[in-house]
Ligand binder design. Sequence first.
Ligand code: ADP
Length: 403
Amino acid sequence: MDSRTGLPVVGMVGGGQLARMTHQAAIALGQSLRVLALDPSDGAALVAADVRYGRHTDLAALRDFAEGCDVVTFDHEHVPNEHARALAEAGVPVYPPADALRYAQDKRAMRERLTELGAPVPRWRPVTGADDLVEFGTELGWPVILKAARGGYDGRGVWVVSGPAEAAELVGRLRAAGTDLIAEERVGLRRELAVQVARSPFGQVAAYPVVETVQRDGICVEVLAPAPRLPEELALRAQQLAIDLATALGVVGLLAVELFEVPGAAGRTDDGSPATGGGEPALVVNELAMRPHNSGHWTIEGARTSQFEQHLRAVLDYPMGDTALTAPVVVMANVLGGPEGGMSTDERLHHLFAEDPGAKVHLYGKQVRPGRKIGHVTVLGDDLEKVRARAARAAWWLRERHE
Ligand code: ADP
């Protein structure tokens, strides 16, 4: 408890943009987020007052950090599961709990648990040697997807494998480096969707509208809220699926469920794979994240309660906030680092604001590197194509080299 404010202390492990934006939401709730950062240049360390330094893999540093926190939560998934468990055993509530967090840390554990729960997943198998992958590819037809079970992000740790020779080379190399692997069928997806829910220790859940996430080179570049032309029945199914998963896995805080929309009748074929024939589109779960997520940045202006506030409410066991949209159409575009040179960020902002007074900019205070997510922009409106074009143009202004 913070004796000055009489409010509980929330500690977030990790000092990136998610902690930075959570801190921003914490301020409005009278809080000041305590952050465990690696470096004073981390996005959240630049703005929060209560910053501690240490590695998230160092149990002693985590214990020191947790001392005096009323709850500990995360800005990323890289805290070793046994460390999260050790903190909880020492008496600090850790949200999401280690037992839930493992399904966001390990794709194999996630696939196993989702299969047990009867959730729709691609056909998959663990891969311990090249033979496993060759057998899988021969059975399903090439190409197939190979994934590192742990540590991947933005598509790093995902490979499309075209045949047995590539399978042998890749699996040999990755297994020699100690990487645990799974194989998945390559889903013939129509588009990618995401749905976020928040769940409190009390068990209250609140789901956000389903969004479409647009990826380029494995990186999310755009989020459209609500997902355009999504049949209401499918949207409700996606939200119910996310609520059921949050409850079954014991998640506390936010859960983002990344989904593939596939053509075909809902339900599954005889061999257990998602049906891909004619009929209504169906959903397949790709990934889980248990923290604020890029697919929810639009909620800062686009929903009555932002995902960052909602995460805080959830881990503090406050009642959940309203998740309704604040406009008919909301589009978020990520700003990726562009080529060096040209205008300064200051000049770019000047031009952007002159051109589009309604565009909302969020920069993370990061050093610009090509392809790195350095910020995002959000535009609200009525007409999807217009709003989308404005968001893309705003992101372009902040990214491209302007002489
Ligand atoms: P990461 O954890 O690195 O984000 P994901 O497992 O989410 O990795 O995969 C990254 C991207 O690769 C997905 O957004 C999707 O575009 C593509 N992808 C992943 N799995 C499959 C699959 N089974 N079939 C088709 N595309 C896939």
